[in-house]
Ligand binder design. Structure first.
Ligand code: UT7
Length: 334
């Protein structure tokens, strides 16, 4: 365990992926009963039909644990082979300790380093870049990264402009050092903190510590100026997709499947149009998941592999955009 290594490796290989969703389904018809909305509005404006909702006694680390077990199984390694755990989340079990430490304990991996990172919907791609950096520097050989979220527990169920959008879920990936080939070809990241007030959770941190007042005003839930976020998301996702391709020395035509962050079908269509690619090469599963922030790209990638949309050797590009603003893209050979 914790095999800090002196050797520098030339590449990073994806060994396996996994995902997990809570069982409870919340449909648009269910939402019609709790807030002034319609299935028709949600479907035409977002493409979402239903989302998964975690139980009260099912925290984020629990979803992360089941996704991690699946990734370890698909990687065909035992938990003891993992040297580092990274969890990308903006909806941790609690403020402290990290969800990564809670996951480490559930996996029975006492001793190895574990920490969370916060980059909202781009979180999984940020985690991919950190895993690549740790592995290729020779510091850690095998890394478990997870995108896990329970956004429905940070949702104001009286705010129809946000509560119809989000869902819960987790995805995981095991990456390891590779001498011969490299399956993680490139990662590109970006951020612009000047837009931090367009998509945020106002209270619960040091700026607005929790008080009865912040709870009564529902300031612990996600607030978003959707139209502004939409306008920024499209060009940034297009730019990130192009930059990661450039870094990988690949062309759009080389990519079998694009997996963009699953926030809104109209964003996916606009990105595809600007990149001049067909929607047939864009993976979509938001109709059944809603927006699950850092968990979207990895759960979608896992589904694409499980359903045979991606086979060994195919190139896939993950692209994301989220609160911060943050954005990023990664080119991976599965
Ligand atoms: O994950 C991180 C990145 N996040 C995103 O990328 C999200 C980006 N934004 C979006 O996806 C879209 O902006 C939304 C789906 C959030 C909203 O769609 P929109 O087309 O931008 O709608 P809007 O906010 O401009 O609202 C249009 C109308 C408004 O009514 P009026 O003012 O035109 O009378 C809203 O009050 O739709 C109304 N509306 C709703 N009506 C029924 C807003 N939410 C709802 C609702 N049901 N749930």
């Amino acid at each position: 365990m914790n095999k800090n290594s002196e050797a520098k490796f030339i590449g990073t290989k994806v060994l396996g992926t996994g995902s997990y969703f809570p069982k409870k389904v919340l449909s648009n018809a269910d939402l019609e009963k709790i807030v002034e909305t319609t299935d028709e509005w949600i479907l035409t404006r977002t493409g979402i039909k239903e989302r998964r909702v975690s139980e009260a006694d099912e925290p984020t680390s629990q979803l992360a644990y089941f996704a991690a077990l699946e990734a370890l199984k698909s990687a065909n390694i035992s938990p003891q082979d993992i040297d580092l755990i990274l969890v990308a989340t903006i909806t941790p079990d609690m403020q402290c300790p990290s969800t990564a430490c809670l996951l480490q304990n559930k996996l029975g991996l006492k001793g190895i380093p574990a920490f969370d990172l916060s980059a909202a919907c781009s979180g999984f791609i940020y985690a991919v870049s950190m895993a690549k950096a740790y592995i290729e520097s020779g510091m850690y050989k095998t890394v478990l990264i997870v995108g896990a979220e329970e956004l429905t527990k940070f949702t104001d169920w009286t705010d129809r402009s946000t509560c119809v959008l989000f869902g819960d879920g987790a995805g995981a990936m095991v990456l390891t050092a590779s001498d011969e080939s490299q399956s993680l070809l490139s990662v590109y990241l970006g951020a612009d903190g000047s837009f931090s007030d367009l998509l945020f959770v106002p209270a619960g941190g040091t700026k607005n510590p929790a008080t009865l007042d912040t709870v009564n005003q529902k300031l612990h839930s996600i607030k978003m100026l959707g139209k502004e976020v939409f306008k920024a998301a499209v060009p940034k996702m297009v730019y990130a997709a192009q930059k990661a391709l450039e870094l990988a020395s690949k062309k759009l035509e080389d990519i079998k499947l694009f997996i963009p962050h699953q926030a809104n079908m109209r964003i996916l269509e606009a990105v595809a149009k600007k990149l001049n690619i067909s929607m047939e090469s864009v993976f979509v599963n938001l109709h059944k998941t809603g927006n699950i922030s850092s968990a979207t790209t990895i759960t979608a990638l896992d589904e694409a592999i499980k359903t045979g949309k991606l086979v060994k050797g195919d190139l896939v590009e993950l692209v994301a955009f989220g609160a911060g603003f943050t954005w990023g893209a990664a080119v991976i050979q599965v």
